[in-house]
Design a protein around this ligand. Structure first.
Ligand code: 3H9
Length: 676
């Protein structure tokens, strides 16, 4: 980069303004004031100017736009370093011989909070949020965050903040000493200058010199409390190791320890995967070929058809965001039960402190139970969540066509069926779209928005936008059997079943998947869903292992026995009876029983998913590989530290995957072959 370019950037991204004896250093690097190399350069220049000018008695660091510095520039990671070293800039600010005040609005995150931590004092507006979310990117605050934070907020709060990565509201930050003063919501600039002026007589307060307080025992407590959540992750443990180091090493030694741990994480595949997902999630919201400013349809009132588990969960998403819902069932008893479950779910959350009783009543007050589809006439969006049968869906959509107002969006929650066929049962296929929620629908973050051949652009964009509004990560999928997620799932389930016939056990196959980081394996998932789903209900007709298990009354978790036996807490253990049933069925298949390696299980159950992902892309049923990763991470619990099946497939290597798939007789996607 030529010198002139550097100057141009620094002029744009960091400016200074002298107000009497205070120098304000202003960062302006939209959208989030990330610490790109030119911002670091601008900070260096700005502080050098402030330190050299004797008429400047104190310094305020503030940001333009909607936020304080939201962190290092993640797009620079993995690229050759450019501009001044971040730690050197921070050390210079901390060593300033005049007081430095960070004036915080929006978010001060990661490297942004680390910058605020080298400032001697912090003032924030009440709406600001502060945190070190690096752990969510598979990293740790590697610019002194793990060493300075404990010196400001104590070991307990610092360990918790680093390991969990949560953002603290300003008031909470003030309560633990992270924020020294709260500013007026609209007067940060003036309040910060006034505060800096007060501090001239107090002088600087370098964080590195502050004494460390608190109990290091919190570190083991955090590990114990989060053992399940952190299974497989490196970063939470590295964060805690650094905070622990801060408690026993002098500051500079602690910094070295932090650096080593940071570089280990930065060079590893987990952080690469988690950073990939940060951008993948944001990318998923973008619809190729549609203008960003496309006018959306106005969604004020939502209708949901079906008050079962799915319909109830879907309704809760909207109620929780203050959007009124009319929920329709055919039978009063089912309607009452469904509404009762919604209330119970909210009351359970209230008991855990997530809502107040008034909020629960407020949300329930937005719910209108009904037994008549006609009551959906004034809804702007109707989501059908009835029995998964094309005939039933067509009948429902036919009725909706005659009931709903013009312009209403008619959505199906189908998980497999042809949305185009459903749309053609109406006179307005342009208003029909798939909105496939994942169970439990009020919890799971994924929403597949299925674009039919005739779905209007504004209908698709509105469905994506409403998904975001209710807190989902929405992904566009094309019409095909099972869309993105379930289509890939079937390529895992089918060979898993075949492996049983060849001699593997459900526990062995599931363990390969849970060791990989999945929340459950193929058979645990089948037991959860219910083995009798789609069963022909004729115990004398035994064509598959599932038929054999169902014929023996083993329906899965719901009746305490499936591939596994379950106790009253639904904890599963390998079942001798199920194994005997599988063995009996297996013996009729004439396949020789053999030892199956864990590697073969990976090759036959995980590689086909990658392959199917390539086929989905080839057919244009997903917009981009990272969308597929989003589907698997937010819909099925694929471990985020492996970055989704497509990212993981790249790490494994296309050549290795193609070779294994061909060896196992699987038809390989042309685009995957081309990559090998
Ligand atoms: C770090 O600091 C390491 C240090 O310890 C240093 C060690 C040496 N960089 O989310 P949004 C983009 S690690 C680059 O939609 P919101 C984002 O991709 C960092 N780009 O907005 C998007 O681009 P596009 C620690 C970034 O209002 C646009 O900005 N910090 C960064 O919903 C808008 O983002 C974090 O982990 C970045 N750091 O939420 C904070 N951040 O429009 C990460 C955002 O092209 N950021 N972009 O899609 C966030 O959590 C949210 O972006 C934030 C705003 C809450 C700030």
């Amino acid at each position: 980069m030529a010198c002139a370019d550097i100057e141009e950037f620094t002029v744009q991204s960091v400016t200074t303004q002298k107000i009497d004896d205070i120098l304000v250093v202003l960062v302006d690097n939209p959208p989030v004031n990330a610490l790109s190399w030119h911002v670091r350069q601008g900070l260096k220049d700005g502080f050098e100017q402030a330190l050299a000018d004797d008429s400047v008695k104190a310094i305020v660091l503030r940001c333009a736009g909607s936020t304080f510095i939201a962190g290092a520039d993640i797009t620079e990671f993995g690229k050759p370093p450019q501009g001044p070293d971040f730690n050197a800039v921070l050390n210079m600010i901390e060593a300033a011989h005049k007081p430095v005040v960070a004036a915080i609005h929006g978010t001060a995150l990661g490297g942004g909070l680390e910058t605020a931590l080298v400032c001697h004092y912090r003032i924030a507006v009440p709406s600001a949020r502060l945190g070190v979310p690096e752990v969510k990117l598979g990293l740790l605050p590697g610019a002194g965050g793990t060493q300075r934070l404990p010196r400001v907020v104590g070991i307990e709060a610092a360990a918790t903040m680093c390991a969990l990565g949560e953002h603290l509201p300003a008031a909470k930050a003030a309560a633990i000493g992270l924020v020294d003063r709260l500013a007026g919501e609209d007067s940060l600039a003036e309040d910060a200058i006034a505060y800096a002026r007060e501090l001239i007589s107090v002088g600087p307060r370098p964080t590195r010199d502050r004494p460390l307080t608190g109990d290091v025992g919190v570190i083991e407590q955090l590990k114990a409390a989060n053992a399940k959540k952190w299974r497989g992750f490196d970063a939470p443990y590295a964060n805690l190791a650094c905070v622990e180091a801060a408690t026993r090493l002098p500051f500079d030694e602690g910094m070295k320890f932090e650096r080593t741990e940071f570089l280990k994480l930065m060079g590893g595949s987990q952080s690469a995967a988690q950073r990939h997902m940060f951008f993948a999630e944001r990318q998923a919201a973008k619809i190729d070929g549609l203008p960003k400013d496309l006018a959306l349809r106005n969604i004020q009132k939502v209708g949901v058809i079906g008050a079962g588990t799915m319909g109830g969960g879907i309704s809760m998403n909207f109620l929780s965001k203050g959007i009124p819902v009319t929920i329709v069932e055919m039978v009063k008893e089912n309607l009452d039960r469904g509404v009762g479950v919604i209330r119970k779910n909210y009351e359970n959350s209230a008991a855990k402190g997530r809502f107040t009783t008034e909020q629960v009543e407020g949300m329930m007050g937005l719910l209108t139970p009904s037994l008549a589809l006609e009551d959906l006439a004034d809804c702007d969006l109707v989501i059908e969540a009835v029995y998964e049968s094309m005939d039933v869906k067509k009948e429902v959509f036919g009725k909706l066509d005659s009931i709903c107002k013009p312009g209403a969006i008619l959505a199906s929650n189908t998980s497999y069926l042809d949305v185009d066929e459903i749309a053609d049962s109406t006179s307005r296929p342009q208003d029909v779209v798939g909105m496939h929620f994942f169970s439990p629908a009020n919890v799971m973050k994924l929403l597949e928005v299925v674009r039919g051949a005739k779905t209007a652009d504004d209908v698709l964009a509105t469905a994506m936008a409403i998904g975001k509004k209710i807190g989902k990560v929405a992904v566009v999928a094309g019409v095909c059997h099972g869309f993105i997620g379930n289509r890939m799932l079937s390529t895992r389930q089918q060979p898993a079943m075949q492996l049983l016939l060849e001699g593997a056990t459900p526990a062995q196959i599931d363990k390969v998947h849970t060791d990989f980081g999945m929340p459950m394996g193929p058979f645990q998932m089948s037991d959860l869903a219910g083995l009798d789903i789609g069963w022909h209900r004729d115990p004398s007709r035994i064509e598959t292992i599932r038929d054999a298990l169902c014929a023996a009354g083993r329906f899965g978790q719901k009746n305490g026995k499936g591939f596994y036996d379950y106790d009253e807490k639904r904890v599963g253990t390998p079942s001798a009876e199920a194994l005997a049933i599988i063995e009996e069925f297996r013996s009729t298949s004439n396949l020789p029983k053999r030892d199956i390696s864990d590697q073969e299980i990976v090759e036959r159950t995980l590689y086909p998913m990658v392959n199917e992902g390539y086929k989905i892309l080839q057919e244009g049923k997903a917009q981009r590989p990272s969308d597929i990763d989003v589907v698997w991470i937010y819909g099925y619990g694929w471990p985020i530290y492996r970055g989704g099946p497509m990212f993981w497939g790249d790490l494994e290597g296309a050549g290795k995957i193609v070779e294994a798939l061909e060896r196992h007789g699987v038809a390989v996607a042309e685009s995957l072959k081309a990559k090998a």
